[in-house]
Design a protein around this ligand. Structure first.
Ligand SMILES: Nc1ncnc2c1ncn2[C@@H]1O[C@H](COP(=O)(O)OP(=O)(O)OP(=O)(O)O)[C@@H](O)[C@H]1O
Ligand SMILES: [Mg+2]
Length: 151
């Protein structure tokens, strides 16, 4: 039986579509939704001039924490409106790795995420985080598509 759903959000529109699906499944199954945002500190290090400008890291990390807490709050509202039990997690590191680590926590029965995220290149079938999770997850993965151009 479905008891615990892990929902991954990077604050993107597609991840919010994933959140709606996770909450709707949580409602039907009587399962808890745990939403997670991973602060992607590794990606920052690839920015030009990043190492040379002290202070920029703190600002960008702060912005990411803000993006995360806004997304997690929005999902909390969705869960509350649907009467679904809700938990939130903020992690730091490589998003794919962190999601897989959390999934190893016995108890999660399903992970829900979007096909794409913030980079949002629709010509790619799956973003790199989604691809990594789909390839390596030991629990079923529900991958929610991006908004259709016609929608
Ligand atoms: N930092 C993150 N924290 C939590 N979930 C994430 C994070 N990044 C991505 N995800 C999840 O993975 C889904 C796919 O995003 P992904 O990052 O793979 O695509 P992208 O941003 O379009 O491409 P890429 O990051 O490879 O350039 C998102 O909709 C979200 O559900
Ligand atoms: Mg991404």
């Amino acid at each position: 039986m479905l008891k615990k759903i892990l929902l991954a959000t990077d604050g993107s529109e597609t991840s919010m579509r994933a959140a709606k699906n996770a909450v709707s499944i949580g409602n039907k199954a009587g399962a808890t939704v745990t939403a997670v945002y991973v602060v992607d500190v590794h990606r920052l290090a690839q920015l030009p001039g990043y190492a040379a400008m002290p202070g920029i890291k703190d600002n960008l990390v702060e912005l990411m924490f803000k993006e995360g807490s806004e997304a997690l709050e929005e999902i909390e509202d969705m869960a509350r409106d649907a009467g679904v039990a809700y938990e939130r997690v903020v992690a730091e590191g490589d998003p794919g790795e962190e999601l897989l680590k959390l999934c190893r926590d016995p108890g999660f029965d399903l992970i829900v995420l979007g096909t794409i995220g913030k980079s949002g290149l629709k010509r790619f079938l799956l973003g790199s985080v989604a691809e990594k999770v789909v390839r390596h997850s030991h629990v079923p993965v529900l991958v929610v598509p991006a908004k259709d151009e016609q929608e």
